[in-house]
Design a protein around this ligand. Sequence first.
Ligand code: PRX
Length: 654
Amino acid sequence: MAQENIESTLHEDRQFPPSESFVQQASLHAADLDKLYQQAEQDHEGFWAEQARQLIDWQQPFTQTLDSSNAPHYRWFPDGKLNVSYNCLDRQLEKNADKTAIIFEGEKGDVEHISYRELHHKVCVFANALKAQGVNKGDRVIIYMPMITEAVVAMQACARIGAIHSVVFGGFSASSMKDRIEDTGAKVVITADGGNRGGKVVPLKDTTDQALENGCDSVETVIVFKRCDENITMQDGRDVWWHDAEQGQSEDCEPEWMDAADPLFLLYTSGSTGKPKGIQHGCGGYLLNAITTMRWVFDIQDSDVFWCTADVGWITGHTYVAYGPLATGATQVIYEGVPTVPDAGRFWDICARHGVTIFYTAPTAIRALMKVGDDIPNSYDLSSLRLLGTVGEPINPEAWMWYYNVIGSGRCPIVDTWWQTETGAHMIAPVPGVTHAKPGSCTRPLPGIDAAIVNDDGEEVTTANQGGYLVIRKPWPSMIQTIWGDDKRYKETYWPYFGGKYYLAGDSARRDEDDFFWIMGRIDDVLNVSGHRLGTMEIESALVSHPNVAEAAVVGRPHDVKGEAVFAYVVLKGTRPDGGIDEDLTQELRNWVGTEIGPIAKPDDIRYSDNLPKTRSGKIMRRLLRAIAKGEEITQDTSTLENESILLQLQGKA
Ligand code: PRX
């Protein structure tokens, strides 16, 4: 394992206990939490079985909690039957039919309140429409939608009929979408004529058309929701408007009763090698941890207005937009656009107008909004907020303090939640009425989550603050089931060491004197740009597919808003530009990566050199490249470099 990325980071002694006012309303207190920990400690499977019986409505109760016979393909609650959409919608109808499920706000300001009854109706009608288009249990459906209610309707409708959805983030390119369509073998694509983002219309249907131009033979139907009145072309025999597909469909749709371990969805994420991998999640276990974490970490209560700002294209938007809030009968806000339209007060304006009580976002958004100063948030009434959360990357203490003081007025606890696409739900996070938070730490593993830090030999690191690999030692319900179509890669990626016993998260971490966890960074070649996961290999492949590029190496460099920025070293097929500068080509390559992957992957810096630094065995010296990107002194042995002038070129000095 490459331990080169393990670097000790900040030290932080400040502790922030929950405010008295928060503790008074919190549903989980220290004694309750202790009891959960004890139960989980004494009987891991029994603990999860008990939670699953209490929190999920089963059509057929399970008698076995965990099937480990084909480990590490664990199957939770294998003989139980349930439907996730039933648990999110139907079971709310008895008490919450008229309660608002979704407060939708479009970027242009259009607002809609949708009750549980209305949402149930929409999902059933659309589920029937999907069936009428020939979608059956187990079929894959690609969802490429703006951040609107219908994205959730589409996901829930798939869950209802047992189709496996795979949401592709609306910012991904046609080529990324094509890869995902081909890997899943999807039968149907659900998209929209466009979505409003950043004052522009995102041309989702046009991009879908491009993706489907060559190949993608599995796709029979494209369903198009009309959102923007865009002028688009509908292909005869393939494309159908959402509203036409719904014509005449009944509002009754018996849920498909699924085995708990049947797949619910695939979500593609980047790894250190190859193309993005389809992370497969199952029905029962995933739903269970979506619910437990909504309760434990978000302290969700009947009167809350919950807002997770993530797009449904990411795991956060799956667990804490499409599933968790609905499964707990919550009212949630869904916002279509970006935080800076019409100005940087948009998030706070939405919080104030809709009375948001729980607000969950990424550190990159907090840092960007912090930059514009306190006056903007101070001009809104944020007194409805009671709990704040962050996810996706480490939050620097300065941003934490700003969030705590300026947005939360020192009254709202902050839950810094560590988890991954693969873990399905929060793993290490505070319980807000109990934990004394420290800025920058995700605090402690939740009950039933056996997280540990181990060394190369798989032994637990017991010395405080000594870094190691973050692993999970016991299976947990919402764990990844496999990589779609690639069981081998699943085993090799996540269970490679320690006799295949521990799940390897891919992060390094340390544990302080109080047993608090501090995430230190990835141990692989994965970048975290604005909370989005990108493989350096993916960006390198995109660059070398450009006709002028011979070789490329991509690393991350610290960035004060994005967390990490993409830094690319490029060797051209022809000669290196004079002085290493060619603005036009740099722009062209950035756009090229934007087209190949998506705008989030565009390199911030591109540096041209005659060669890349390699070890004697031909491996690119990434550590050196990272140091140069950070502007650090070069302390590594560079004697293997063919000529020293390369070093100056890489540093941009020649
Ligand atoms: O490196 C960790 C970082 O994000 C990675 C997971 O990325 P993804 O699968 O895209 O899921 C992001 C949203 C759950 C992790 O391996 N990460 C996530 N949350 C935190 C974090 N790093 C530090 N602190 C966090 N709270």
